[in-house]
Write a protein that binds this ligand. Structure first.
Ligand SMILES: [Zn+2]
Ligand SMILES: [Zn+2]
Length: 347
């Protein structure tokens, strides 16, 4: 049974001094006992959080091991919820889980990187919120894997109802904002259905730009999202400045490349774009203020540091970059704790 933070004074002290992060405290407090705390705090101070989490998970597992682990299979469920969102639940085996996290981590890295990819400093692993990265994975699969033209569920299909409203085929109704985002340059199919749901007409409308147009757009924006200061370079969406649904043309004077997040903000009305001619645009925030590239800040960093009880070197790592051998580290710690308990029992 793991001890609470007040029973772990060394951990508490290291946290108060800013020497271990909250995620490290959480990992250690799950497995530490008053008599095993010292070694774990030592590991927490010298190893990155990902190593510590693996080690603590290993210790918890050793502590609860009763014979062979049960064999498990990966399962995943999805369902549309009443409020029109999709709920996905995945339970993966260790191997599938590792593959999944590797894919999600690569997708997230590509999604948010702004430089040429050499700026890996500070990239600490799988994102805690994996939703955007999973959408990127799905978009990549749709773009790269061929499927029969009308394979149910293998493409995004919007149904047009007799009352003019749109809904996803076999899914929820779409708000006007969601519909305009989906229709903007996306390769989705549309079908018109009658009141009973029978398909009256399949249509695929030409609103996606050609490859040449997309290349020209990318050159014009140096390969980045058009919003000043954003700088994201991958998985950009082509947006019609005058909405396609309002009659905006699919030509360069009406198209910009945006990252997924800015594209969504735009369709929600929290960002807007004005054409100023010559294929140039102004970007405005929700209050109508123009967005410009952030000026470099000049300030004394000491003035911004309100935590005077925390030493300036508190978060300097003393980890040398060596990998973690979970099995060995677990064995060393367990052996040491076992030995100490035997000694104190004998005393
Ligand atoms: Zn758009
Ligand atoms: Zn952006």
């Amino acid at each position: 049974m793991a001890g609470a933070l007040q029973e772990l004074p060394l951990l508490h002290k290291a946290f108060a001094e800013g020497r271990v992060s909250y995620s490290k405290v959480r990992a250690v407090s799950r497995v530490a006992e008053p008599d095993t705390e010292a070694e774990l705090v030592e590991v927490a101070m010298t190893k990155p959080a990902s190593h510590l989490e693996r080690l603590c998970a290993g210790l918890a597992k050793v502590g609860s091991d009763d014979g062979e682990p049960e064999s498990v299979t990966s399962t995943g469920r999805w369902r549309w919820q009443d409020e029109g969102t999709l709920k996905v639940t995945l339970t993966l085996t260790a191997v599938d889980g590792a593959r999944f996290l590797a894919g999600v981590t690569r997708a997230e890295y590509e999604r948010v990187r702004t430089g040429d990819g050499t700026d890996v400093d500070g990239w600490s692993g799988a994102p805690s919120d994996i939703a955007a990265a999973m959408v990127v994975l799905a978009e990549r699969a749709c773009a790269e894997l061929a499927a029969p033209a009308i394979a149910p569920h293998a493409e995004v299909v919007v149904e047009r109802r007799p009352d003019g409203r749109a809904r996803l085929a076999d899914g929820p109704a779409l708000s006007a904002v969601e519909e305009s985002e989906l229709r903007c340059g996306a390769a989705e199919s549309e079908r018109t259905v009658d009141g009973a749901g029978a398909v009256l007409n399949w249509g695929r409308t030409r609103r996606a730009p050609t490859v040449l147009q997309t290349k020209a757009l990318s050159r014009r924006q140096n390969g980045c999202c058009g919003v000043p200061g954003c700088g994201r370079r991958r998985f950009l969406h082509v947006h019609h400045v005058r909405f396609w649904s309002d009659g905006g043309a699919t030509d360069l004077a009406n198209l910009v490349l945006l990252c997924g997040e800015h594209h969504r903000l735009l369709h929600r009305g929290e960002l807007s774009i004005e054409m100023i001619g010559g294929q140039r645009f102004r970007y405005l925030d929700g209050d109508g203020h123009e967005l410009v590239d952030a000026p470099t800040m000049r300030f004394d960093s000491q003035e911004l540091w309100p935590f005077h009880s925390i030493d300036a070197d508190a978060i300097l790592p003393n980890w040398g970059g060596e990998p973690l051998d979970v099995g060995y580290a677990t064995w060393v710690l367990m052996t040491e704790w076992e030995r100490r308990r035997e000694l104190s029992a004998a005393a």
